[in-house]
Design a binder for this molecule. Structure first.
Ligand SMILES: Cc1cc2nc3c(=O)[nH]c(=O)nc-3n(C[C@H](O)[C@H](O)[C@H](O)COP(=O)(O)O)c2cc1C
Length: 159
């Protein structure tokens, strides 16, 4: 049976999209179909028809805000009555510890919202800190492979 994964991206300067591309590459090599959706163009109602798990990849801007382009999606979803109990999701957030009080709030906000709407989280979210010199795409693929892929697709051997 074909297995599918949705990757939802909220980015300002493209790092989160690069992370999504690397996870997509891993998936391609492991017999998993992916579709990357930029949240800038998503309507909350589209979540009603989602049948495959979602990986949310979001950076943080302003003072702990979700990226500008994803604000409509975030706010409209927050004020909707949509219930997401049919959805499984995981979160990879990007932030910078220099902004100590709002570290990775973009990803954290999406996590809280999806939980509030009764979606089912897979694993613990991972929050990347841009100030420590590590590569977000490397950490993301390791996290995805070890904590998400192995759990969701236990029958697939990691290649
Ligand atoms: C103007 C500005 C504001 C930021 N605000 C925050 C913040 O409040 N909290 C945080 O953890 N990171 C913050 N960051 C760091 C970014 O989220 C981080 O660099 C991220 O990797 C950028 O990803 P992107 O290219 O996908 O947007 C900020 C960066 C900039 C340039």
């Amino acid at each position: 049976m074909t297995k599918n994964l949705n990757i939802y991206v909220a980015t300002m300067t493209g790092t989160a999209l690069m992370v999504a591309d690397e996870i997509e590459e891993f998936c391609k090599n492991n017999d998993l179909n992916t579709k990357i959706h930029e949240m800038d163009v998503l309507e909350p109602e589209s979540l009603l028809n989602v049948k495959s798990p979602i990986i949310i990849i979001s950076s943080t801007y302003g003072q702990g805000d979700v990226p500008d382009g994803s604000k409509n999606f975030y706010n409209n979803l927050k004020s909707s009555n949509i219930k997401l109990e049919h959805i499984k999701y995981a979160v990879f957030g990007l932030g910078d510890m220099t902004y100590r009080d709002t570290f990775a709030y973009g990803g954290k906000k999406f996590d809280h919202l999806f939980t509030e709407l009764n979606a089912n989280r897979i694993g613990e979210p991972y929050y990347h800190d841009a100030s420590d010199g590590s590569l977000p795409e490397e950490e993301a693929v390791n996290w995805f492979r070890d904590k998400i892929f192995r759990f969701l697709y236990a029958d697939n051997e990691v290649k």
